[in-house]
Design a protein around this ligand. Structure first.
Ligand SMILES: [Zn+2]
Length: 754
């Protein structure tokens, strides 16, 4: 019997997975793993988080914590989301586990011993202030394509173009804001060209056996045709697997090198027999190896899994298990755009968990729209249709109508039929054939078509129920009704087994309702529900979603900017005077509509320098300040501080500016932003003066700022609780940080900020 080894691309740890990530790898692999177990194959499904590398270090700097803390936090988020979705990994591990370091270093040392590594000197940007080489993501500057000032040296987030360091205008270190210098450093490269002949032979064999899709083969062939280049495998970083060689102590292995070894190390963390899975030597065409490795990845990962990782394993000259089949999906888009955490667009794993919609409904929708051959789009309309018409209208209704009827008319006992008619036999045979087709499709990892085949079988059962009309025949022809209900109970039993890979919780519910233990694929067609069997109490499988509920979800996940755009026009800007103390603020003239709380990632605070202060021409209590911000930008801001501070107490001082406040006219002067003051109970007022130059961002501990925050209204700003505790400033309980240090005020020790 074949041993089936299943891996899902390891999700990168520093974010929350969205629905596209789920269907792309983890959920698709889960369906296949559940199917293989039901078929009786020895099955191992391995996944986990990919934790090392620059992106984690960057995130840690952003959130003001250590990389380990970032990984611990996001690992938990990933794990809990996948558990909620009923992902049945045998082990969900981590690449930051010590066992991973050991496996990665072992493979590295074998490659080194076999002469697969080259040493090269390269020039890399270096931050002299902190004494660190800078990965591309740590350098920002001006994009040569769109002029964005925040382009990273590897990619511009605004226009999406890939960049190199030399293309970037006015490069700055993200760590210190200084201009990096180019400095020489040495790196190790993996000489992939040495593996090319073996790879070609291996891929010829795969093509002959017809194992991979035409697309996957085409991508692999194009890489081989271009010839494999040496790839750098070391980095000047700290958060990674140390290079286990003398003279290389300050470098780590590049994350692309260690991440796929995670498949192996996570297996080794589960079982001592990991070699039976991973050193099965299936490279030769038609090799007798019993292990078949199925990889589930996104389409952008094909070259890596089809070429680079196998080339790396071949370089060790060990009989590694190579991929038998690669299932790659296209992308899932959201409504009319892309998923974006920072813009609040789309449904992310945590949103699904909190939606109140059961995991099986999400699973069904994602599997039925799985982007197998082209990009697919999530749409709430289609989500509603698939739930209401297919899951509930077809499968749920079949179960409910049949079992409730058995309870009400047969006291919950499946009748024993005297004889089955030709129609009954034809119905049972038809369902059996459909489910065999479903199994054939699942063997070939054609999940979407398999889902359709299952739904087709449920439709056939509904048609049979309708034609048999046991609600009539139970009185007119009881023998007929008994035979029909016996057949239906058995078909529902089989359908529960056949849908378990897609809908595990629903199948468990159907088994409870039938009063049976859910069997495996070999039980299908065996008429396991005998006459005289007592069924269990009925449960509702699914609840419908009406158009109003769907519209609510659509609006909720449409993105913050879009919602703000829709609000424009009707709503007037808040009437509270920016920069004023609460005591002096004019009262709101009319109660406004409730404002959604502003999430801190969208509150942009920056250190400003007050260049000049004047009295407002038309308002007694207002000053008009000119304030210098990042890149020399000068803003005019009005603040109601006249009763509290003299001009000379403000002029030339540093301050904290709410930078992304929507501009508003205050008595004829446009004010763009506000400055923050601390206020002690009883009225002592103090300008918050950070010890940092103008343009320095003010951050919230534990919060990753949105790189392009939307403009916010004054009412949204006031939903944030800004307080002073023991002289330090907090927003919603998150400490404010400047250059990584707590922002302190001098006189006020307890109070609020506005
Ligand atoms: Zn750009």
């Amino acid at each position: 019997m074949a041993k089936i080894l299943i891996t899902s691309a390891l999700p990168y740890v520093n974010n929350v997975p969205h629905l596209g990530n789920l269907i792309g790898c983890v959920l698709s692999a889960d369906v296949f793993a559940r199917f293989c177990r039901s078929r009786g194959y020895e099955t191992l499904y391995i996944c986990g988080t990919d934790e090392y590398g620059t992106a984690t270090e960057a995130k840690a700097i952003e959130e003001g914590v250590s990389p380990r803390e970032i990984c611990d936090k996001y690992f938990k988020i990933h794990k809990s989301i996948y558990e909620w979705f009923n992902i049945s990994t045998n082990r969900f591990g981590r690449t930051s586990d010590p066992i991973h370091v050991q496996h990665t270093q072992d493979i590295f040392l074998e490659l080194h011993k076999n002469g697969m590594l080259l040493e090269k000197e390269v020039e890399q940007p270096y931050d002299q202030k902190v004494g660190l080489f800078l990965a591309d993501r740590f350098v920002t500057g001006i994009c040569p394509h769109c002029g964005s000032k925040d382009a990273r040296a590897d990619q511009c987030d605004k226009c999406g173009k890939l960049l190199t360091y030399s293309e970037l205008g006015e490069p700055r270190s993200k760590l210190t804001g200084t201009t990096p210098v180019l400095k020489k450093t040495k790196h190790l490269f993996l000489d992939l060209a040495q593996s090319q002949p073996r790879l070609e032979k291996w891929i010829d064999g795969i093509e002959k056996e017809g194992r991979w899709s035409a697309n996957t083969l085409a991508i692999a062939r194009s890489w081989l045709k271009e010839g494999l280049q040496a790839r750098s495998i070391t980095r000047d970083l700290k958060w990674g697997v140390p290079v286990p060689l003398k003279g290389w102590e300050n470098k780590v292995l590049y994350v692309w090198f260690d991440a796929p070894i995670g498949y192996v190390s996570i297996t080794a963390g589960l079982t001592d027999k990991w070699k039976e899975w991973w050193l099965a030597g299936n490279e030769a065409p038609g090799s007798p190896s019993e292990v078949r490795h199925y990889e589930f990845i996104g389409k952008d990962n094909v070259p890596f899994h089809a070429i680079i990782f196998p080339a790396m394993l071949m370089g060790t000259r060990q009989p590694w298990t190579l991929p038998h089949y690669i299932s790659s999906t296209e992308f899932l888009n959201y409504e009319d755009g892309k998923f974006s955490k920072s813009k609040g667009v789309g449904v992310f794993g945590n949103d699904a968990v909190e939606s109140g919609i059961p995991a099986d409904v999400w699973r069904y929708y994602l599997l039925a729209t799985r982007p197998e051959s082209a990009d697919a789009t999530f749409s709430w309309d289609e989500f509603g249709t698939r739930l209401n018409k297919e899951l509930l209208g077809n499968w749920g209704n079949l179960v409910n109508r049949t079992l409730v009827f058995l309870t009400q008319n047969y006291e919950g006992v499946v009748p024993a039929p005297e004889e089955l008619s030709e129609e009954d036999e034809a119905f049972l045979a038809d369902v059996k054939i459909r489910l065999e087709r479903e199994a054939d499709l699942l063997e070939k990892v054609q999940i979407r078509a398999a889902v359709q085949e299952f739904m087709g079988a449920a439709s056939a059962a509904n048609a049979y129920l309708q034609a048999q009309a046991p609600w009539k025949s139970v009185r007119e022809n009881p023998k007929r009704a008994a035979a029909a209900l016996y057949c239906l109970a058995n078909v529902i039993h089989d359908l529960a087994i056949a849908s378990e890979p897609f809908l595990p919780s629903s199948s468990a519910s159907v088994a409870r309702q039938l009063g049976v233990k859910l069997g495996t694929w070999k039980d299908i067609g065996q008429r396991q529900v005998a006459g005289g069997h007592h069924i269990g109490p009925a449960e509702h499988l699914y609840k419908p979603l009406d158009t109003k509920a769907l519209a609510g979800f659509r609006e909720k996940y449409a993105g913050r900017q879009k919602k703000e755009g829709e609000e424009k026009g009707g709503k007037t800007p808040g009437s509270k005077t920016p920069g004023s103390s609460p005591a002096s603020a004019p009262k709101k003239s009319a109660p406004a509509a409730p404002v959604a709380p502003l999430s801190l990632e969208n509150l942009q605070l920056e250190v400003g320098l007050i260049e000049s202060v004047e009295r407002h021409p038309n308002a007694e209590k207002l000053y008009v300040e000119k304030i210098i911000l990042a890149n020399g930008e000068i803003r005019t801001i009005c603040s109601g501080l006249v009763p509290y501070m003299k001009e000379e107490e403000l002029e030339g001082r540093a301050c904290v500016v709410v930078k992304n406040l929507k501009p508003a006219k205050l008595r004829g002067v446009e004010s763009a932003g506000m400055i923050l003051v601390a206020e002690e109970e009883g009225g002592k007022l103090e300008l918050i003066m950070p010890p940092a130059p103008a343009g320095t961002p003010v951050q919230f501990k534990g919060i990753t700022p949105n790189s392009q925050p939307p403009a916010i209204s004054i009412d949204e700003f006031f939903t944030v609780q800004l307080t002073v505790k023991k002289g330090a400033v907090y927003a919603n309980g998150h400490e404010l940080l400047v250059d990584g240090h707590a922002l302190k005020v001098q006189k006020v020790s307890e109070g609020k900020v506005s």
